[in-house]
Design a protein around this ligand. Structure first.
Ligand SMILES: Nc1nc2c(ncn2[C@@H]2O[C@H](COP(=O)(O)OP(=O)(O)OP(=O)(O)O)[C@@H](O)[C@H]2O)c(=O)[nH]1
Ligand SMILES: [Mg+2]
Length: 331
């Protein structure tokens, strides 16, 4: 157990131990997970929390599937992660989802054109990420279910309009989210004393940065913000500008990595990665490949992050991006 965990972690852990229902246990485990700082020293702890969470979630899902599926806001994750696209009306959320994914949400020149969320799959190199277009986040009316959808997502893109007071739009949207206990990771310090906060990666994206001249406007905007590095990404859906940078940022913020399987005596298929969370071990990988592999795992060899190519490793070896793994079972 790492020694440098914040006090809130132990508070949440105590609540977890005292919880009476699985629902409460899941909530407190999620809380614990969001509190744990992300670095190498906590890899094992985070992997352990994820395992417990997935067990509890599987246990508590039985029987309730049908009722939960009925809401348009209940969208099961597909692919390597679920990214919700949110922001004020008319910023270009639907246009972004239409441009990047196989989905075809309605794009209109007038605000409040979207009424229900629409998911689509976005291909980033050799993986697929789920993007969800949503109705506008507006101070006067938001379907409360939208906040549940955001809560369940892995991360969010907050889309604002370069031509419509983007900083004000970001502040207003973050205020609406904070009222519903959702805060971006970069404001973690401001909220770390409060329990039951959903702290998630939220990337500010300034759309309609269509021209080089508008890039300059964007730079001026960034200078108004505190901090050394501008946390915002300028894009133009209309001109397909900066989609590559957006993809990289999404990939990084999902906290995922790609690991490849090498069947004994064959070459790995680099078109078919297994997607794992950072901190995942050989055992987690084996479970992804096949449940039998996990149970009957005898040995594993790794190419990539190890000192030697093809080095034998134990089942709790923590894998890295791009590793190739050969699993041997005793069957
Ligand atoms: N100039 C410019 N216009 C854009 C860009 N992206 C979207 N638009 C326009 O902005 C308007 C609104 O786009 P939508 O995608 O419908 O916006 P939305 O955020 O989904 O709006 P709501 O569903 O009402 O919340 C449309 O007229 C789009 O054509 C862009 O990169 N540049
Ligand atoms: Mg829309």
């Amino acid at each position: 157990m790492p020694t440098n965990l914040p006090p809130d972690y132990y508070k949440a852990e105590k609540q977890f131990r005292e919880a009476a229902t699985n629902q409460e246990r899941i909530a407190w485990l999620e809380e614990m997970y969001s509190i744990v700082p992300k670095h190498k020293g906590t890899d094992h702890l985070r992997a352990d929390l994820r395992r417990k969470l997935s067990k509890l979630k599987t246990a508590s899902e039985g029987g309730k599937g049908a009722a939960r599926q009925s809401s348009a806001y209940h969208i099961d994750t597909e692919g390597a992660g679920q990214v919700v696209v949110l922001g004020p009306a008319n910023a270009g959320k639907s246009a972004l989802v239409a441009a990047l994914t196989n989905a075809d949400p309605e794009v209109e020149a007038y605000p409040f054109s979207t009424w229900v969320p629409t998911p689509g799959m976005w291909k980033i190199e050799n993986i697929q990420v789920q993007l969800i277009d949503t109705p506008p986040l507006d101070a006067d009316f938001v379907d409360p279910e939208l906040f549940n959808l955001i809560h369940r997502a892995d991360m969010a893109l907050l889309i604002v309009d370069l031509l419509a007071d983007p900083i004000g739009q970001i502040e207003d949207t973050l205020a609406l989210l904070a009222e519903r206990r959702i805060v971006p990771e970069y404001l973690r310090d401001e909220y770390e004393d409060e329990l039951r906060m959903k702290i998630m990666p939220i990337i500010g994206v300034v759309n309609k940065t269509d021209t080089d001249a508008q890039d300059k406007d964007f730079e001026v905007l960034c200078e108004l913000l505190e901090g050394e590095e501008c946390p915002l990404i300028p894009i133009s859906v209309m001109k397909a500008r900066n989609f590559g940078r957006l993809a990289q940022s999404v990939y990084r913020n999902l906290g995922i990595m790609r690991v490849y399987s090498r069947p004994p005596g064959a070459e790995p298929n680099f078109n078919l990665p297994f997607v794992l969370q950072h901190g995942s071990t050989v055992e987690d990988f084996a479970e992804k490949v096949h449940q039998d592999f996990k149970e009957n795992l005898k040995s594993a060899r790794v190419w990539g992050s190890t000192t030697f190519e093809g080095q034998m490793v134990s089942r709790d070896y923590v894998l890295s991006e791009g590793d190739v793994v050969e699993l041997k079972t005793d069957r």
